[in-house]
Design a protein. Sequence first.
Length: 373
Amino acid sequence: MSDRKVFKNARVCNSSFEFINTDITTEDGKIVSLNSNNESGTDCTGLTIIPGFIDIHTHGCKDADVTDGNPESAAEMSRYLAARGITSFCPTSMTLPAEKLERSFGFVAETMGNEPGAYIHGINMEGPFISHEKKGAQEEKYIIPPDTELFKKLNAICPVRLVDIAPEMPGANEFIKEISKICTVSVAHSAATYEIAKNAFDKGITHATHLFNAMTGLESRKPGIVGAVFDSGNVTAELICDGIHISPAVLRTAFKVLGYDRTVVISDSVMGAGLAEGETVPGGELVIKEGAARLPDGTLAGSITNLYEEYKNLITFGIPEEQVLRSLTINPARVIGADKTTGSIKEGKNADFIILDKNRNIKNVIIKGKIAV
């Protein structure tokens, strides 16, 4: 028996990211039509429907982390994210020993297909192929040179959709050329010069992880990785939009330079997301201070935000709403190769969308046609 639903009389963000007044009909988890019809359904008069948000870079939230050794953590993340309009995501690993990564990837693989809320596309592998100089909050003792065999072993356990690399590391060029045929390769936690970064883009890197953070910045005579990204028309870039990791003024500049198709909003959230100011993140290494998760010395160690909060932030910061929505939906979907199935409201795609009231408050979240919130 099919599960058919009709959402009527809504203001809908269509696949061109224009708002139209129409009905959305879903069946068996898919969008089957996007036009007004005579069927009865849920009246959405006065409400707005936008595509579900896709977080391709989130480590954890609400006391759960994808690498904390708890087989239930990915499911806990799924529930928390769904309530905040995130309909799908990539659990993101850290720089850890191979055996711990293998175990964590196994837990994520077991959760895929059985998620209680937001569904999982696969792993975002942040580390261990990063630089010592720009390690940020990653554990230095576990950093290793790029290793294609380790990557393939982990990818066989659970699909990797995105892998990070510091292109100045030994063996990086060979890794990029081979692994970019399997998944998206991203520059991250790197001290690379502009020249090294541009060469890496030529070899197959097409993405930049949390632009501005843990990388060489843009200077007048040293363009760095940020300059290389700005100067390369095919490289997408993640932006943490909590207003702390990057100032609103810099965000406005980045959105202007990168344009509508290359900006990707991420949370980079850690398990402290959902905790209050002054609370200690489970494990005791991090504390919630000044609106972010920080190491004892004050170093930023991931955010405590989520894409819904960032959506509201960006509107307040003055970013065009169409660009904001693209950056939360279709752009991240393209980065991980999921844009044929999700990322916009279009016939044939998964019925992943958010219903908002006139003040942009979440009324409902629909994931693969089911009402999750």
